[in-house]
Every structure is written in structure tokens, then in C-alpha cells.
Design a protein around this ligand. Structure first.
Ligand SMILES: CC(=O)[C@H]1CCCN(Cc2ccccc2)C1
Length: 359
């Protein structure tokens, strides 16, 4: 009996196993012209390989709900029909090979408009194709970052609508799971944390006020997303700041709210809202945050962060620390990680599921 290869049902969707592909930016979409932000052969090959490799859920990278919500000019987007059509090629192949296609809906906030990581990832000036960024407060992410425009409540309402429109397009594109990106110091996470949210209106100050925007986005997406399909939320469990940041206790309290608003699973990462903080990275270093949310709120959780070995992943589930594991770099290194794990655990299907079904 292996926990990793037990199917998992959320609402009316059954995910064939607990080994899921974590969203990882590829920065490989066209940066200009009619195909801006559209998935191309790179994205198809990248996601198809991990579906064939046996991952039970393949989550497409942070996909921007608007042009200005992109981290870089090469990000995927889902703000128009061309992009929706291009993504359908990915979801259809993923489904045909027995995996669940998921997509992470994102807005980068004050961390938007940056260059490709392999060219340094620095903020882009207007002369380099950059654009003005926006955030809850006029506080730059760090050294060398521009001061973002403070979002008006009207502008926030427009972003909320963009998330809802993106969810509708994601459904049209064939995705069966949508994840709202509330982590890593991007827009929604910027509202949650007192480190980046210094607003004095109904969206700043108290915990209720700082979580208000995130819950408005969740409500708007949940309204569009079918009731029979699961909705995920990615949170940074902590800013890793000594003081003045978002903490693990905030995350537990927020998880209960997310559950009440119809989020079905919390994807528990950390960090990204303050540069230069010391993060004690190591194998499974974020698992304790997921385990705490699961134990204290009962909300299903996925653990992510340096999970690379079969035994390690199996133990996380067997110990009840999480309901699924999200693999990032491990799946970059080995698209077939899941099939190897199945073999190691004696669960190698004689006939791959898509053929067993007589598909
Ligand atoms: C979109 C996203 O979450 C990605 C973009 C590329 C860097 N990734 C790495 C990252 C992890 C945790 C905190 C900050 C950064 C995050």
C-alpha cells in the first residue's frame, strides 16, 4: 500500500495520485505580437512530458490575469482568446494521458515588470519594455525596485474581475483545477502582509482588512469556477521576517477563512515578500507549515519545497503532514520521477492508465 499512489477526490474530481507538478515559470512565451503570452511548443513539450511521466496533476505555471500582472514580458497570460486556445492544446494532452490539468492564476503586483532570470531578473525600465507596477502601498519590493502605484479600490475591483475572467477562460481552456496565487510576494500576498500593506482604508491594518482583498478574489473566482471542480490557493506561510511580517499563525487563521469561502486545498509555500531574509532551506523545509494548517484547520493541504525522494514524499503523506506533494525542480530534472517512484513502491502499472481505460 503506498500513500503516494492513492487517488484523491476533491468535489467531483478524482486526481489519480498524490504526486503533483508544482507551477514553475518558464518565461518562454512570445513577448510581443499576436501570440504575446500564448503557450507554444515549449510549454506543450514541457507539460506533456510530466503528464506522460505519471504526475497525477500537472499545474501550469503562474499565468497572468492581465499584461501588467506579468512578472516578465515572457510570462504566460490568460487574458485573451488566443492564449485560451493555445492552452487548450496542453490541457487536452494532459487529460488524454491520465493527469489533471491545473493552472495558477497570478498577478505579480510590485514584483511585475522584471527581466528574464537568466539575464539577471532586474526591474525593466520603460525603455526596456517595462511598465508601471502597482501594489497595496507605494513600497518598493527592495533595492533597485521602483515605487509601485498604490491601487485605488476601483483598480482593485478591476483586478478582481480580471481573476474571475481568467478563471472563466481557464475553464474554457479545459483546466479542471484553478489555483489562485497568493504567495511569493505577488499582489495578493502583498495585501496579506503588514510588511507590504500599509493601507489605512478597509484593506489595510487589521488581519480582517488585510485578508479582505484575497477573499474578494476567492469569492469572485469561486462564483465562476464550477461547484463540482476544486479551487486551490497558494500561500506563503511566512515572510521569514523577525517582526512585522506575515506569520505561520496568520496562515492557520487565514486557512480557516479560505475554507469557509470555498477553497478546497491550500498549497503551502513561503517567502518572497522581503528580499535578503534568511530562509532555513533544506529537504521538506516547508512541510511543517502545511502539517500545522492541516492539523489545526482540517483544510486539505499540498506540501512543496525541496521534496525530491520517493521515501521522503511517501512519509510526508503517511505521517498525515499533507494530502499531496508538489514537485518542482525534481520534475524538471526527471519528468518520469512519478513512474520511477511507482516502480520503487511496487505500484508500477502494468498498463499505463490511458491505455488501460481503452482510451
Ligand atoms: C511565480 C512564482 O511563484 C515563482 C517565480 C519564479 C521564482 N519562484 C521562486 C520563489 C519561491 C519562493 C519565494 C520567492 C520566489 C517563484
Amino acid at each position: 500500500m503506498s500513500a503516494l499512489f492513492e487517488p484523491y477526490t476533491l468535489r467531483s474530481l478524482t486526481i489519480p495520485n498524490r504526486v503533483w507538478m508544482s507551477p514553475m515559470c518558464q518565461y518562454s512565451a512570445a513577448e510581443s505580437g499576436p501570440d504575446t503570452g500564448a503557450a507554444n511548443d515549449w510549454h506543450f513539450a514541457h507539460y506533456a512530458a510530466r503528464a506522460v511521466g505519471g504526475a497525477g496533476l500537472v499545474m501550469v505555471e503562474a499565468t497572468a490575469v492581465s499584461p501588467e500582472g506579468r512578472i516578465s514580458p515572457a510570462d504566460l497570460g490568460i487574458w485573451n482568446d488566443t492564449q485560451t486556445t493555445a492552452l487548450r492544446r496542453v490541457t487536452e494532452f494532459v487529460k488524454a494521458h491520465g493527469a489533471v490539468p491545473a493552472v495558477q492564476l497570478a498577478h505579480a503586483g510590485r514584483k511585475a515588470s522584471t527581466g528574464l532570470p537568466w539575464r539577471g531578473g532586474a526591474p525593466l525600465g520603460a525603455d526596456e519594455g517595462g511598465w508601471r507596477t502597482s501594489a497595496p502601498s507605494p513600497l518598493p519590493f527592495g533595492e533597485g525596485h521602483p515605487v509601485p502605484d498604490e491601487l485605488s479600490t476601483d483598480a482593485m475591483a478591476a483586478v478582481t474581475r480580471q481573476f474571475a475572467d481568467a478563471a472563466r477562460r481557464a475553464l474554457d481552456a479545459g483546466f479542471e483545477v484553478a489555483e489562485i496565487h497568493g504567495a511569493h510576494g505577488y499582489l495578493i500576498g502583498e495585501f496579506l502582509s503588514p510588511h507590504s500593506n500599509h493601507r489605512e482604508d478597509a484593506y489595510g491594518g487589521s488581519f480582517e482588512n488585510r485578508t479582505r482583498f484575497a477573499l474578494e478574489v476567492v469569492d469572485a473566482v469561486r462564483e465562476v469556477w464550477p461547484s463540482e471542480l476544486p479551487l486551490f490557493f497558494r500561500v506563503s506561510a511566512t515572510d521569514w521576517l523577525e517582526a512585522g511580517g506575515w506569520t505561520a499563525s496568520d496562515t492557520v487563521r487565514f486557512a480557516a477563512e479560505l475554507r469557509a469561502h470555498g477553497v478546497d486545498l491550500l498549497d503551502v509555500s513561503s517567502g518572497g515578500n522581503a528580499p535578503g531574509v534568511r530562509i532555513p532551506t533544506g529537504p521538506g523545509y516547508q512541510v511543517p507549515f502545511a502539517a500545522r494548517v492541516r492539523a489545526e484547520t482540517g483544510l486539505p493541504v499540498a506540501a512543496v519545497g525541496m521534496i525530491t525522494e520517493t521515501e521522503q514524499a511517501e512519509k510526508i503523506l503517511a505521517n498525515g503532514e499533507a494530502d499531496a506533494v508538489l514537485l518542482g525542480r525534481a520534475l524538471l530534472r526527471d519528468p518520469y520521477w512519478t513512474r520511477r517512484a511507482a516502480r520503487e513502491l511496487g505500484r508500477d502499472p502494468e498498463v499505463p492508465p490511458q491505455y488501460a481505460r481503452g482510451a
